[in-house]
Ligand binder design. Structure first.
Ligand code: GTP
Ligand code: MG
Ligand code: ZN
Length: 301
């Protein structure tokens, strides 16, 4: 009997039945997924086993899936709950000067990251376009809540050094609407990756979304993962009562509300509403909180 080699690695790409796995100081290997082990996603830690023999180029098989932490889930009207990535060290929410950012989407992402204790940063791309100053100003509230807001241009390279510094370790997942420049940014940070961006896909005339797969690429001591652009970001496993945990400024105050289960809508002596009226809590963020809560109550996610 031949000796079996076992290794533990990190999944960096998923292509149906086949996954790419990396471990320290080696090139990634391709491994077959085993149904009994369960489907894996980017960021999963897995054991792989070398299977000698006739399976052509792929001689590895996933033999165990380690337990997951810091999961990024999403859902949409078309697709139910989907695990995007596991063991995420950082979510980078990418916005662009044009099309102008929807801050409600940022708030939804932050509800997801706070619930999983995933650190989040905000990257505002395309600051080479006119009107960027005003949009940077509109994001000031996130800075006051201790989220890094990094203005950048993937076209001119302005601000790229600061972005690189933030992404140089751990597993980062880039998320945001289609067309904000996630892939352009990744191509600039990791020369040689050369993933297709908008121009290329419009040349082939295929589809509106340029990126269709979740793939992770090595960068310095970490990995950066591109994801397909989204139209909506549905929250998974978040109850109306736990939405406030995703709003740092609300979570910090809600112990002072008169009622322990205060929803911060109509209740008397609500410390959160008082803070909104006094300008201590940003009104737009508060309204965003109400909207997200309402959408979950209505069962829309
Ligand atoms: N002016 C300007 N245009 C940019 C910048 N970054 C990207 N773009 C353009 O924006 C368009 C969309 O870029 P992509 O990188 O394909 O966007 P994406 O977020 O990856 O889109 P999906 O893959 O569909 O989610 C392309 O035409 C880019 O050339 C930038 O910093 N400034
Ligand atoms: Mg893309
Ligand atoms: Zn309250």
């Amino acid at each position: 009997m031949s000796e079996q080699v076992n290794r533990t690695g990190e999944v960096s790409a998923v292509f149906g039945e086949v996954v790419e796995v990396r471990w320290d100081g080696s090139d990634p290997v391709l491994a077959f997924q085993k149904r009994s082990v369960g489907a894996v996603v980017v960021g999963d830690r897995v054991d792989v086993m070398e299977v000698p023999g006739d399976e052509a180029e792929i001689s590895w098989r996933v033999s165990r899936l380690h337990s997951r932490e810091r999961c990024l889930w999403r859902s949409s009207r078309r697709r139910r709950s989907q695990l995007v990535a596991a063991n995420v060290d950082r979510l980078a929410i990418i916005l662009a000067v044009a099309p102008p950012p929807k801050t409600g989407l940022v708030d939804r992402y932050l509800v997801a990251t706070e619930s999983q204790s995933i650190p989040a940063i905000i990257i505002l791309n395309k600051v080479d376009l006119p009107g960027s100053g005003q949009i940077v100003d509109s994001l000031t509230v996130y800075r006051t809540l201790d989220y890094a807001v990094l203005p950048v241009s993937a076209l001119t390279g302005e601000g790229i050094g600061s972005v690189e510094k933030h992404l140089e370790s751990g597993l980062t997942v880039l998320v945001g609407h289609s067309g904000v420049g996630k892939t352009t940014l990744l191509n600039l940070i990791i020369p040689g990756v050369e993933l297709p961006t908008r121009e290329l896909s419009s040349a082939t005339g295929k589809g509106r979304h340029t990126t269709s797969a979740v793939t992770a690429h090595s960068f310095r001591d970490g990995m950066i993962t591109d994801t397909p652009g989204i139209r909506e970001f549905g929250l998974v496993d978040i109850e109306p009562e736990t939405v406030s945990a995703g709003f740092r400024e609300i979570a910090a105050l809600e112990d002072s509300c008169r009622f322990m289960d205060c929803s911060h809508r109509e209740e008397p002596e609500c410390a959160v509403k008082t803070a909104v009226d006094n300008g201590v809590i940003d009104r737009r963020r508060y309204e965003s909180y109400l909207r997200i809560r309402e959408s979950l109550t209505a069962g829309e996610r």
